[in-house]
Design a protein around this ligand. Sequence first.
Ligand code: ADP
Ligand code: MG
Length: 444
Amino acid sequence: MEDNLWSKALKILNADKRIDPIIYDTILCKMKLVNYDPSGIIVLSCRDEYSMSLVKGQNLDSYIKSALQLVAEKNISVSYVEEGDDNAIVSSTLAQKKVISKNYSSSIGISDEYTFENFIIGDCNRFAHASAISVASHPGSKQRNPLYLWGNSGLGKTHLMKAVGHRIKENFPDKSVLYTTCEEFTNAFVACMNNNSNYESFRNKYRTVDVLLIDDIQFLIGKEGTQTEFFNTFESLINAGKQIVITCDKAPKNLTELDNRLTSRFQSGMMMDIQPPDFETRKAIILNKLENDNIILSDEIINYLCENVTKNVRELTGAYNTVSGFYILQNRNITLEDVELRLQSIISPGKSKKLTTEIVIDAVSHYYDITPDKMMSNLRNAEIVNARNVAMYICRDLLEMQYTKIGSYFGGRKHTTVMHSCNSVENDSVLLKDVEMIKKRITE
Ligand code: ADP
Ligand code: MG
């Protein structure tokens, strides 16, 4: 696995067109994985100091990290040492371990992934963002406790909530922050219900933190026992001046299935909703990602994304990842058509693939094993003529193109010539069978 990890990551890096092939050959290929700790700590060796400075100085380290993460399928942390420097390998592994344990001892569930820095503000989330910032600056202040963020799925509630936790850790390193989903809270509670000593540690975990971030509170619906436990946790924290942040897919007044002791408490602090992102926010989100990933896409493609993926940010992010992943693996500039094809299942599921003359020509060319060039040419060899006629026939049949348009596409043929070609297919049962086979392939 360990050896594989780096060689697989190298393959990804080799395909990454943001990386100069010379750098790949002379620097990356020469690097070795010298330590892999199962907690996700990786040490790579560089041949010399110069290579190491290049890796750190040219964004390469971030590409390396994402490639390794992709292969390892988990969060990892990477450091670099000079080849042969065994002491450095040990000390850098230990140093990374320290960083990890420091981050996790007093802040659980918070990472660098969701911060205020990478949260884009727009009209849809401006007030939610502002209140999150103020909670992060003055955790526990009465007017904003609890902070209750609500809105549909995929609009950034979890992101904003974790950003609050992250910022509090920066501003007040001594405060303990706990992020948990309501589902985790429920499961943990259920698991210790019949065991007193476990229940003690459950209570200790949730009632001794300085900041409790609890995600998707709607999960409490229908779970009376957990509701009571959460109510008690809530009261004990609030009374001790600890900050609580809650997210939910509904406004408190619409949580009618919940004990109203709880919903009235939720309304006693600050409530903020997040709305679906408007066009400008969507575009700002995409531009921000492009900049971070060092990727350039045409305006046409960016607008296509932002105009068509509108429901929520999660979908927009997913569409972006599809396109950027494709971009990285291609060695050419990608076109709007590439993007339309990649995003078809997200943007217009159910609609059939947009058919073009290129797709028709391509299918006919494969079927008869005759190149498109030959089909467009004036060669009169029977096989080529048949393939050409069939291609024209299918353009007419599937794309409903006019004879003149087909003629101009096929190297400036006259409209009567095209008509004649189509008729000859129409009257040939063997060619009609071919047409059926090709059409089937195209539509599948
Ligand atoms: P929710 O919790 O509301 O379902 P998330 O917080 O999980 O939504 O957001 C879904 C995805 O969209 C995440 O990847 C998040 O980082 C991203 N996202 C949401 N809103 C924004 C924003 N305003 N700026 C940048 N990224 C955002
Ligand atoms: Mg969420």
